[in-house]
Design a protein around this ligand. Structure first.
Ligand SMILES: Cc1cc2nc3c(=O)[nH]c(=O)nc-3n(C[C@H](O)[C@H](O)[C@H](O)COP(=O)(O)OP(=O)(O)OC[C@H]3O[C@@H](n4cnc5c(N)ncnc54)[C@H](O)[C@@H]3O)c2cc1C
Length: 372
C-alpha cells in the first residue's frame, strides 16, 4: 500500500476542519479527510446560520468578534456572493419575567433596551400582553454557510492541499515520529501533525489514536420550518426568548425557522429530529407570537458538541506528540470559523496568537487532563 507523506492530516471536513486546513495549508502540505460523501453533511449543514456577538462564553465571544471583519470583507476570490446579510437579534422577556434580560445586559455589548411597542413594530405577530421587556442587538447577521464552507475548501485546494471525501479513519497510530492514518478505501498517509476536527466524533478519533478523551458531549438541537402566512417575516429580526427556551428567524423570505433551543445529550450519530421537540418548538413560539401553524414543512436536527465546561478546546494533547485538538465548537462553530481557523494555524506553527492569546488558557484541552 502506498503511503502519502505530508505535513498535516486534518480529520473532519466540517467548518472547523475546513477553516483550520485552509489556514494550515498556507505553509504546510495538508490532507483533509472526511468520512462522508459531502463535507457539510453533519452539523455544519444543519445550523441556523446566525452571527451573534453576545452568545456563548468569553472565549467564543472573542473569536466571534475577531471573525466579523472576515465576513464583511473576505479575501479576494474567496466567495462570489456576500457571506452575510444584516439581521438584527431581538431578545424578548415574557411578561412577569422582565428580570430575564438582566443576565444579557450584565455581560453583553452592543445591546440596547427597547420598549415593547418598538418590538411589536418590528415583529407585529407578538401577542398583546405576552412580552414584558425587550432588547435589540443590531449588528448581528445571517450567514451564507454553504458559501463560507466551500470558500475554505477551495482555499485548501488552491494552497496545494487536498480534500479526501468518503475517507473515514480506520487506524491512527503514532510511529517513528509521525501519525500514520489509514482511511476507508485503503488509502494511507503519514504526517508529523494531526488535527482532530471531528466534531461530535472528536473523542472517538482520540480513542482510535490512543489519546486521552476530553469528555465531549454532543447535544441534539432541532430546527423546524413553517409557513407563517399571512405574516410576511422577510424583514423581521431574529427573535430569541430571553431564557433561550426557543428562537426563530426568517428563512427564504416567506418562511420562519423555529427551534425549541433543545440541548439533549446524545452520542455521535446521524441525528434526526424528535417529534416532541418539533411540537415544543411550535408551542413555545406560539406563547409569544400569534402565528398559526397549519403544517410543519420540514424539520431537522444537528449535534452541537460541547466540552464539559462549554468552552472551546484548541491545543496540543498533553499525552501525545503532534496531536492537536480542534473541538467543542458547540453552537458557535460557524460564526467563529474565520478567526478559529487562523488561530489553530498560528498555534500549530508556534506563532504569536496576537490579541487572541488572552483566551488560550480558557481553551487549553489540558484543563481536562485526567478527568475523562
Ligand atoms: C440547529 C443548529 C443551529 C445552529 N446554529 C448556529 C448558528 O446560528 N451559528 C453558529 O455559528 N453555529 C450554529 N450551530 C453550530 C454549528 O453548526 C457547529 O458548531 C459547527 O457546524 C461544528 O462544525 P464541526 O466542523 O466541528 O462539525 P461537523 O460539521 O459535524 O464536522 C465534523 C466532521 O467530521 C467528520 N468525521 C467524524 N469522524 C470522522 C472520522 N473518523 N474520519 C473522517 N471524518 C470524520 C464528520 O463526518 C463530520 O463531517 C448550530 C447547530 C445546530 C445543530
Amino acid at each position: 500500500m502506498d503511503t502519502h507523506e505530508i505535513d498535516c492530516i486534518v480529520i473532519g471536513a466540517g467548518i472547523a476542519g475546513a477553516s483550520a486546513a485552509a489556514h494550515i495549508a498556507a505553509d504546510r502540505r495538508v490532507v483533509l479527510v472526511e468520512a462522508e460523501e459531502a463535507a457539510g453533511y453533519h452539523t455544519t449543514g444543519r445550523s441556523a446560520a446566525l452571527w451573534i456577538l453576545n452568545y456563548g462564553p468569553a472565549d467564543v465571544r472573542a473569536l466571534t468578534g475577531a471573525s466579523r471583519g472576515f465576513f464583511a470583507a473576505p479575501p479576494a476570490g474567496f466567495a462570489e456572493v456576500p457571506l452575510w446579510s444584516p439581521r438584527a437579534m431581538l431578545t424578548l422577556a415574557a411578561a412577569g419575567d422582565e428580570v430575564a434580560l438582566e443576565a444579557h445586559l450584565a455581560v453583553g455589548t452592543e445591546l440596547r433596551r427597547i420598549d415593547v411597542a418598538a418590538a411589536v413594530a418590528m415583529v407585529p405577530a407578538i401577542r398583546p400582553g405576552a412580552v414584558g421587556a425587550a432588547l435589540i442587538e443590531e449588528g448581528t447577521f445571517d450567514l451564507d454557510v454553504a458559501t463560507l464552507h466551500q470558500g475554505f475548501l477551495r482555499q485548501v485546494r488552491q494552497r496545494g492541499g487536498s480534500v479526501a471525501l468518503r475517507s473515514r479513519t480506520m487506524r491512527i497510530e503514532r510511529r517513528n515520529g509521525a501519525w500514520e492514518v489509514e482511511v476507508t478505501g485503503g488509502t494511507a498517509m503519514r504526517a508529523p501533525l494531526l488535527v482532530n476536527a471531528a466534531g461530535a466524533w472528536g473523542d472517538e478519533v482520540a480513542e482510535q489514536a490512543g489519546v486521552r478523551k476530553l469528555g465531549l458531549v454532543p447535544k441534539r438541537r432541532t430546527g423546524v420550518i413553517i409557513d407563517p402566512a399571512p405574516w410576511q417575516p422577510a424583514d423581521w429580526p431574529a427573535v430569541m426568548d430571553a431564557r433561550e427556551a426557543w428562537y426563530c428567524k426568517p428563512e427564504a423570505r416567506t418562511r420562519l425557522m423555529i427551534s425549541p433551543a433543545d440541548a439533549t445529550p446524545t452520542h455521535a450519530h446521524d441525528v434526526q429530529p424528535d417529534e416532541l421537540d418539533v411540537a415544543i418548538a411550535v408551542d413555545r413560539m406560539q406563547q409569544m407570537l400569534d402565528i398559526e401553524v397549519r403544517r410543519v414543512e420540514r424539520s431537522w436536527a444537528g449535534l452541537r458538541t460541547f466540552a464539559p465546561d462549554g468552552s472551546l478546546c484548541f491545543g496540543f494533547a498533553g499525552d501525545a506528540e503532534g496531536f492537536f485538538w480542534c473541538v467543542g465548537q458547540g453552537g458557535y462553530g460557524i460564526q467563529t470559523s474565520p478567526a478559529a481557523g487562523r488561530l489553530v494555524a498560528d498555534m500549530v506553527a508556534g506563532r504569536d496568537a496576537g490579541a487572541l492569546a488572552a483566551i488560550l488558557p480558557a481553551i487549553d484541552p489540558g484543563r481536562f487532563a485526567g478527568t475523562a
